[in-house]
Design a protein around this ligand. Structure first.
Ligand SMILES: [Zn+2]
Ligand SMILES: [Zn+2]
Length: 182
């Protein structure tokens, strides 16, 4: 059995079992534990797993700069996150419309499009046509809190229940600018 075949077996076992033991692999592949040791070393160097005593576990996912807000470094939340697509095809994510709009207003001119998360439905929607409610009594994420809605009618109903000010994109940007005192 070649290294490639062993590698495939090891990685598949790792994926299905969450961890592998050298003894088990040696027995299953009918090779010495020394051979498995070397295989695991090689896979560990390639970043495909992490060796632990007597075996291996999946490699820790690489630290994703993507997991935190580009503006305030808060943990991203799927309920409120904003995704900014830049002209060079990269993307930046912000924790909530507050930070997303702040990045926009700071002149992140390279933004080709941006998606906000509809607060009611959790869907990604076009930030340019979304409606925003600022300073409602549902204070999530950053202060002043700003939430996004795909439909203005939803935003109005939300505002009727939870207060705050209703804006379109331009209004929300102006709001962010005046409240942030840059
Ligand atoms: Zn943020
Ligand atoms: Zn935030």
């Amino acid at each position: 059995m070649s290294f490639n075949q062993r590698q495939q077996y090891i990685l598949e076992s790792l994926a299905s079992q969450g961890s592998v033991r050298i003894d088990d692999l040696a027995r299953a592949l009918v090779v010495s534990s020394m051979t498995i040791h070397r295989d695991l070393d090689q896979l560990a160097r390639a970043g495909q797993l992490r060796k632990v005593r007597g075996g291996a576990v999946p490699a820790a996912p690489p630290p994703e700069a993507d997991d935190v807000c580009v503006a305030c470094y808060a943990q991203l939340s799927p309920r409120t996150q904003v995704v900014l697509h830049l002209a060079d095809d990269s993307q930046r994510r912000a924790c909530c419309p507050h930070c997303g709009l702040m990045m926009l207003s700071r002149g992140l001119e390279e933004v080709s499009s941006f998606l906000v998360t509809d607060f009611l439905y959790g869907r990604s929607v076009n930030g340019r046509t979304a409606a925003y409610v600022a300073e409602s009594s549902i204070a999530l994420c950053c202060t002043p809190t700003i939430l996004a809605f795909e439909a203005t009618s939803d935003a109005q109903r939300f505002q009727a229940g939870f207060g705050g000010q209703l804006f379109n994109l331009d209004g929300a940007l102006a709001f962010v600018r005046t409240t942030m005192h840059f």
